[in-house]
Design a protein around this ligand. Structure first.
Ligand SMILES: [Zn+2]
Length: 143
């Protein structure tokens, strides 16, 4: 499971894994001491807070996979920057950190080849629990 996280981001570290018949939950955190503010580029080591960010990833052995990331929010100390705080960047996840980019690519691949209704059925059966709206949004975003 640690290797699986490393394929997403080499800085991800597995804290704990929970596995049952249907799902896998990987609790993880990013092991970096500083992060660059995405708005101004200034590096920061000051952690403001930590929250749980659940990110759906591709299933493993037909089990739904969720990464529960302890995502840190850093202070930006650049006085010229408009943002006092920023969450650590996750290059492998979608904008709001709900899904991995590789999961979105898989969903898109399925949805492009069938009707929205069939796609929803196939995707929700073993890939990810998502709504029609989300499927449509993924199709729009990447086409
Ligand atoms: Zn900044």
């Amino acid at each position: 499971m640690q290797e699986l996280l490393k394929t997403l981001d080499p800085d991800l570290v597995l804290v704990e894994a929970f596995i049952d018949d249907k799902k896998i939950e990987l609790h993880a955190r990013k092991e970096t001491s500083e992060e660059a503010c995405p708005y101004c580029g200034e590096k920061s080591r000051g952690v403001h807070s930590v929250y749980h960010n659940n990110i759906s990833d591709l299933p493993v052995q037909e089990k739904l996979l969720t990464i529960i990331l302890e995502r840190r929010v850093f202070f930006c100390k650049n006085p010229e920057c408009d943002h006092a705080r920023f969450p650590e960047t996750l290059p492998f996840a979608t904008r709001y950190g709900r899904r991995t980019i590789r999961l979105d690519e898989k969903i898109r691949e399925i949805a492009l080849n069938m009707s929205a209704r069939s796609a929803k059925k196939v995707i929700n059966k073993g890939i990810a629990r998502i709504s029609d709206d989300t499927i449509l949004r993924i199709l729009k975003k990447t086409s």
